[in-house]
Design a protein around this ligand. Structure first.
Ligand code: AMP
Ligand code: FE
Ligand code: FE
Ligand code: ZN
Length: 289
């Protein structure tokens, strides 16, 4: 019997209520089924807590679910996000890096709220935690409460005026180094991929290229070439860079539900369609780890 090649697209960058998405893992999988995706990867910030629920829903709904995680790291002066695909769920080294990240958030969030209070935006931190609904608490949840309280009209305004790096209530949080996070992902047999190389704030493409080479020497295995903010020209350059450096390619929308209403699951700003072959490439890489 001939095997029909998978023609439905995939989305390998999805946030759920386990971090700052506003759809549960189950709802994300159901949405993927509805829009005709063959596979999605769950890549919540600093946690793997949504992976099991998504996997179970995937079984029921006929969507392939790739377990994953997204880790914020610091490198020189830029923040680098690493995606890790297929991490071992119980690996103690990765678990401890993620637990440390979450505890640093718990130090930071109340400090942001305190600064907001000084700036005339009284936000009850308990309300922020409630909005996060048990997931990892981040700035988007603080922003949501600010909208609800009428201090700003939109999440974007909350970030622009108060929460973005350099804005009035911004507080830095301690992040792992890229080399530490790469080592932890490798220890957990995950494929480490540089997330959204086009929005690193690293400078021009030459700077991205230098960063990618540096990270590849530390154990990076892939590049997220397809991304909502990457235009066709940048995507081609990233595909060529990945090929030159022997890196695997990933692609996803960075879906966050209605917290980022312009980004549609599987389609990004409108016309993304990451082909299933990309996932086959990741699986070949996994077999080599
Ligand atoms: P945190 O994890 O607390 O550092 O918050 C970072 C998250 O905030 C990112 O993962 C995005 O989902 C979201 N975010 C960052 N910048 C903006 C922005 N300008 N507008 C809306 N959401 C943003
Ligand atoms: Fe996010
Ligand atoms: Fe990211
Ligand atoms: Zn993301």
């Amino acid at each position: 019997m001939r095997h029909t090649p998978e023609s439905r697209p995939i989305d390998l960058h999805v946030h759920t209520t386990a971090s700052d998405g506003d759809m549960t893992p189950r709802e994300c999988v159901a949405a993927a089924a509805r829009v005709g995706l063959a596979a999605i990867a769950i890549t919540d910030h600093d946690t793997m807590a949504g992976n099991d629920e998504a996997a179970a829903a995937g079984q029921r709904l006929g969507v392939e679910v790739v377990p994953g995680v997204e880790i914020s790291c610091s490198h020189d002066r830029v923040t680098v996000h690493l995606l890790g695909y297929y991490p071992e769920p119980e690996n103690p080294r990765l678990a401890s890096v993620l637990a440390e990240l979450r505890s640093r958030r718990e130090e930071r969030n109340p400090r942001i709220v305190a600064r907001l209070a000084e700036l005339g935006c009284a936000v009850d931190y308990r309300e922020v935690v409630a909005v996060a609904g048990g997931g990892v608490v981040g700035r988007p949840h603080i922003a949501a409460v600010m909208v609800r309280r009428g201090y700003v009209r939109s999440l974007d305004e909350a970030f622009d005026r108060y929460l973005a790096r350099g804005a009035a209530a911004y507080v830095e949080r301690v992040k792992p180094t890229v080399s530490g996070a790469l080592a932890a992902l490798r220890a957990a047999r995950a494929i480490p991929v540089l997330a959204h190389p086009g929005i690193l704030g690293a400078g021009d493409f030459g700077d991205v290229e230098r960063l990618v080479r540096e990270l590849a020497a530390m154990g990076l295995r892939g590049l997220e070439a397809y991304y909502n903010a990457h235009d066709a020209a940048l995507t081609s350059k990233l595909l060529a860079l990945a090929a030159r450096e022997g890196l695997v390619v990933a692609g996803g929308t960075d879906f966050h539900g209605s917290r980022k209403p312009d980004i549609a699951l599987g389609r990004g700003l409108g016309n993304m369609a990451v082909p299933y072959e990309i996932l086959e490439g990741l699986k070949r890489e996994r077999a080599r780890l």
